[in-house]
Design a protein around this ligand. Structure first.
Ligand SMILES: C[S@@+](CC[C@H](N)C(=O)[O-])C[C@H]1O[C@@H](n2cnc3c(N)ncnc32)[C@H](O)[C@@H]1O
Length: 324
């Protein structure tokens, strides 16, 4: 099926890479609009950095005919929705023109719970259209933001970001995910709610118990152990299909294991040992630490690297790594 995904402005590259990681062969990239071919679109419900998933019905200039047959797509009660994304033409005029063309094919309008929703995204004098498959509920993500969790620590990844990192790992249905610096559980929680077998460990007892409280509160599975990253292989004694993690940056969260650089070095080594041969590691690191050299001298090879600002003068790099 051809899909249109409307991404958010969370990062210039990560939302598209996330979409690709879920198996979409991208054909059109126009700012926040991504169009591509995918088989089994349901897995796109796991996206973190997107707003909408539509069945793509084509694009047209405002004055042209609709690029699809409304009879074929409008079934039962109906609603049309319009979004303006960098569109300088007269929005209301274009909207009314589209509604006039749809009117003869509409039997019942239901704006609250329609059977069919068609979206028209107006961008750069073009109208992209599609039938709604999935809309991400921002309020659901908000409920799981660090400040709303029963055990709250600012060092935790927000839910949309955690999902994006997990998707970048390429993990698939039924596979095992580990966060060996799980803290309050931002990554483990999303991994579990996305349907993966999610495991977490942390060197601090307070984090282990706090993480369990959070997982329990959001009805996510509890597979958390107390473990310093240097004992990873010994404590877990099993392989994982993906490791997604955000170690401490040496600012607000506690570091066990001496210097930050030594901790990352040790972590890369131990994670390599518990990762399955085809497994991927997604790992965050403060930009100032510059772990590129550590990665080059490790048994991983770099697949992707993204930069992002965290807050104030703190920027991080997110690496997607594969076993060599
Ligand atoms: C940035 S927090 C992790 C946040 C977590 N990924 C989330 O999204 O909620 C870093 C965590 O690493 C833990 N930590 C520090 N040194 C460690 C070590 N040597 N082994 C395991 N965990 C360690 C800290 O206790 C802290 O909870």
């Amino acid at each position: 099926m051809k899909v249109l995904v409307l991404t958010g402005g969370f990062h210039p590259e990560m939302p598209r890479e996330e979409i690709k990681s879920l198996g979409v062969k991208i054909e059109i990239k126009e700012g926040s609009i991504v169009v591509g071919e995918v088989s089994g679109w349901e897995r796109l419900k796991k996206l973190g950095y997107s707003h909408l998933v539509l069945e793509y019905l084509g694009k047209f200039q405002a004055e042209e005919d609709l690029p699809f047959d409304p009879e074929e797509h409008i079934k039962g009660s109906f609603a049309a929705r319009f979004k303006k994304i960098d569109f300088s033409d007269n929005f209301d005029k274009v909207k009314n023109r589209i509604l006039e063309r749809l009117n003869p094919h509409i039997e019942e309008v239901d704006l609250d719970s329609p059977d069919t929703v068609l979206y028209f995204l107006l961008k750069d004098e073009q109208v992209y259209c599609g039938k709604l498959l999935h809309e991400f509920d921002a309020s659901e993500f908000r409920k799981r933001e660090p400040e709303f969790r029963p055990f709250s620590r600012p060092v935790s990844l927000p839910p949309r970001e955690a999902r994006c990192w997990i998707n970048l790992s390429g993990i698939t249905e039924g596979e095992r995910l580990l966060d060996p610096f799980c803290g309050p559980g931002g990554i483990v929680m999303e991994g579990s709610l996305m349907g993966y077998k999610a495991y977490g460990s942390d060197s601090e007892g307070e984090m282990v118990s706090g993480c369990r409280i959070n997982l329990n509160y959001y009805n996510a599975d509890d597979q958390i152990r107390k473990c310093d990253v240097q004992n990873l292989g010994e404590i877990w004694n099993r392989k994982f299909d993906a490791v997604v993690t955000d170690p401490p940056y040496g600012r607000s969260s506690r570091i066990r294991g001496g210097k930050l650089e030594d901790l990352y070095k040790k972590a890369l080594d131990e994670i390599h040992g518990v990762l399955s041969p085809q497994g991927r590691l997604v790992i965050g690191a403060p930009e100032r630490l510059n772990i590129e050299d550590l990665v080059e001298n490790s048994r991983f090879k770099k697949r992707k690297k993204f930069k992002e600002r965290v807050h104030g003068d703190l920027s991080r790099e997110v690496f997607v790594l594969e076993k060599t």
